[in-house]
Design a protein around this ligand. Structure first.
Ligand SMILES: Cc1cc2nc3c(=O)[nH]c(=O)nc-3n(C[C@H](O)[C@H](O)[C@H](O)COP(=O)(O)OP(=O)(O)OC[C@H]3O[C@@H](n4cnc5c(N)ncnc54)[C@H](O)[C@@H]3O)c2cc1C
Length: 370
């Protein structure tokens, strides 16, 4: 075999896996079709370190988010990755939503998030004097991270541990062979080559279902549907009127977490993301200007100072959803595929939010699967 382990995809998850596995394994290839790491979903997200509040109890999303959050804060401290544990408010703007806060607190508690605090209207003003809410939950363990610096640090550690990076290399086919896999690659100039690997880890984000299908493993439950999340920027000076993350009470099927306020480390404030399923899986990162009214109406409920002219289109990301439109929330699919005749092949499919937060815990989980 040419190598022991091949990881497909240098997003935040593939990078974290590369670091973890290279701590005590040599001969690891990390293959990425783009010329740099993290050019897709890993650089088009809210950069929130999630607490782990909403996910169904016992799910991988819940467990790996809570474990990943702790690991991520320690990692940031150890390697001086910029972050802020700024906290977040989940705000209720109607009597019905106030009642839902208790259920959210209970679910969070069951997930191991035991630090949520109920705030009344007066207490909310101490945190965010300019927002409107009847009641809120405050999550002190939620934060924001500079995700590019985080990924750069992961890449540095992986290289220092001996991981070989093959950027600008696209996996075009996979074959099962005796004791491993043959991997076919296309290079930027169109030339092709192939090599063999004992184990393969599919961390290909938006195309993880297609990589899995290359080995004949495909079914409707694993089919990814792109779901766009768009953001509008809150222009100065209104961006100064809110200083931490503010979320509405989410809808029950958790397609997204509702249009919320995200701050970043350079004091930028944006609204989003929405959740719009695309009819086809195309890389459409355009922000639809006509969504402005919906963003305005959603945000106005808890940001009474917002006017339409305060908002400008900012950016969009694509969620690799295995939860089809109208379905209930689905868990991460992370499996070693021996039972499907593919020993040593690990699939990571549907790694949407909280994949950034959970990345270090996902890496450890994958190590244990191997
Ligand atoms: C709008 C939005 C907001 C989000 N907000 C948050 C948040 O605040 N907090 C949080 O924790 N999570 C958030 N997430 C989720 C988080 O961004 C993802 O879970 C995470 O980035 C997934 O990382 P990944 O490495 O699995 O995928 P990716 O970043 O997509 O990386 C996969 C890589 O595989 C490569 N690849 C694909 N096919 C091939 C091939 N054939 N050959 C070679 N390479 C290939 C791609 O080029 C890509 O670089 C958000 C996601 C979205 C869309």
């Amino acid at each position: 075999m040419d190598t022991k382990i091949t990881i497909i995809g240098a997003g935040v998850v593939g990078l974290a896996i590369a670091v973890k596995l290279s701590e005590n394994t040599d001969s690891i290839f990390l293959i990425e079709r783009n010329k740099l790491f993290g050019q897709e979903t890993s650089s088009r997200n809210s950069e929130v370190i999630h607490a782990g509040i909403y996910y169904p109890q016992g799910s991988l999303k819940a467990k790996l988010c809570v474990a990943g959050k702790k690991k991520l804060y320690s990692f940031c401290d150890q390697y001086e990755v910029p972050y802020s544990q700024c906290g977040k408010l989940i705000v209720a703007t109607s009597g019905e939503e106030v009642e839902m806060l208790s259920a959210i607190k209970k679910r969070a508690f069951n997930n191991g998030v035991d630090d949520l605090i109920f705030l009344n209207q007066e207490e909310i003003k101490k945190y965010e004097p300019n927002i409107f809410a009847l009641a809120a939950l405050y999550s002190p363990s939620t934060g924001i991270i500079e995700s590019h610096s985080y990924m750069k640090q992961l890449e540095t550690l992986a290289v220092n541990n001996g991981v070989e990076l093959a950027y600008g290399n696209e996996v075009t086919a996979l074959n099962k062979i005796d004791n491993g896999y043959k991997i076919h690659i296309k290079e930027p100039d169109g030339s092709a080559y192939s090599f063999t690997s004992e184990k393969v880890i599919n961390s290909a984000g938006l195309e993880a279902d297609l990589i899995s299908a290359m080995l004949g493993l495909q079914n409707e439950a694993l089919r990814i549907q792109f779901c766009k999340g768009q953001y509008f920027r809150v222009n100065p000076p209104k961006n100064k009127l809110v200083s931490r993350l503010v979320y509405p009470v989410p809808n029950p099927n958790l397609t997204g977490l509702g249009i919320h306020v995200t701050t970043d480390l350079s004091k930028g404030v944006k609204l989003g993301p929405d959740a719009t399923y695309l009819d086809e899986n195309i890389y459409d990162y355009k922000v639809d200007h006509t969504r402005l009214d919906d963003f305005y109406i959603s945000a106005k409920r808890f940001l009474p100072f917002i006017e339409k002219e305060d908002l400008s289109p900012e950016m969009a990301g694509l969620r690799p959803k295995i939860q089809k439109k109208g379905e209930k929330v689905k868990d991460f699919y992370i499996q070693e595929e021996s039972k499907n005749g593919l020993p040593g092949f690990i699939n990571l499919i549907g790694i949407e939010s909280p994949g950034l937060t959970a990345s270090l815990a996902i890496a450890e989980y994958v190590k244990n699967l191997l």
